[in-house]
Ligand binder design. Structure first.
Ligand SMILES: *Cc1c(COP(=O)(O)O)cnc(C)c1O
Length: 240
């Protein structure tokens, strides 16, 4: 990768960080409270490592095989944390857990059970989010919000903080119309309300809300996102 592209990447990353901090401030939230997951699904291993070099340590991939490929091609900085943001098939859980990912896309009881069993057999603590469908569209991913409570209650609380197993940390969702800011905002508000309802119903803490992408992260932050997943904005002028 040439120097011009590297500088553009650095500039884009800084601009995204600046915009996220501005959005936090505009919403009256503490600076730095929103974690930025740099989505690397569009780019190769070289560009992925270049993104780490310019300061992004939270990396999101949506396909397990690509995650495996990148991590076998390159030894990433120990500070890097991987986020699995796309559909995870149960037969891909074992290999994926070896990378200690935060899994945003748990969308069925069967997948949750597989991750729970495998995290115990690998003696790991695996953090995850329940992906909920708040768009009422059959085509979108995520579980019916009405099914989330049973999923959360199915996980027994750990006897110790470091006891192997899964930890449900919150919810993930995608807005159905990233091009319609008002509609996106209403959907993000629904996710936050669902989280509040689930906390009250289960008595469990669900601090994380993963919502917001390049086109709608400002709305997500104003509605309480703690993680935004930003891809395309980071690579403007860099990918081609
Ligand atoms: C691709 C992807 C993103 C990033 O979207 P951009 O619009 O490119 O920022 C975020 N979340 C998920 C689940 C994705 O698949």
């Amino acid at each position: 990768m040439n120097e011009t592209k590297r500088q553009r990447l650095a500039g884009n990353w800084q601009a995204v960080v600046g915009d996220v901090r501005d959005a936090e401030q505009a919403s009256g939230r503490p600076s730095g409270c929103v974690q930025i997951v740099g989505v690397t699904k569009y780019v190769n291993t070289e560009l992925t490592t270049a993104l780490v070099d310019v300061g992004c340590h939270e990396l999101g991939e949506n396909r397990p095989q690509v995650l495996w490929e990148k991590t076998s091609e390159h030894t990433f900085d120990a500070a890097v944390r991987w986020h699995m943001i796309g559909h995870l098939q149960r037969n891909k859980v074992r290999r994926t857990l070896k990378l200690n990912p935060l899994i945003h896309s748990v969308d069925s009881q069967r997948l949750l059970n597989t991750i729970a069993a495998e995290s115990e057999s690998q003696q790991r603590v695996i953090e995850l989010l329940i992906e909920v469908n708040i768009s009422d569209e059959a085509a979108k991913t995520g579980i019916d919000p009405a099914a989330a409570e049973a999923l959360i209650n199915s996980v027994t609380l750990p006897v110790r903080d470091d006891a192997p197993g899964v930890r449900i940390r919150g919810l993930m969702a995608m807005a159905s119309h990233a091009d319609d800011p008002d509609q996106a905002r209403q959907q993000f508000a629904k996710v936050r309300q669902l989280r509040d309802t689930l906390q009250a119903a289960t008595g469990r803490e669900l601090p994380e809300l993963s919502m917001g992408m390049s086109g709608d992260f400002r709305q997500a932050i104003s509605e309480g996102a703690t993680m935004v997943r930003i891809g395309s904005r980071i690579y403007e002028g860099v990918r081609e």
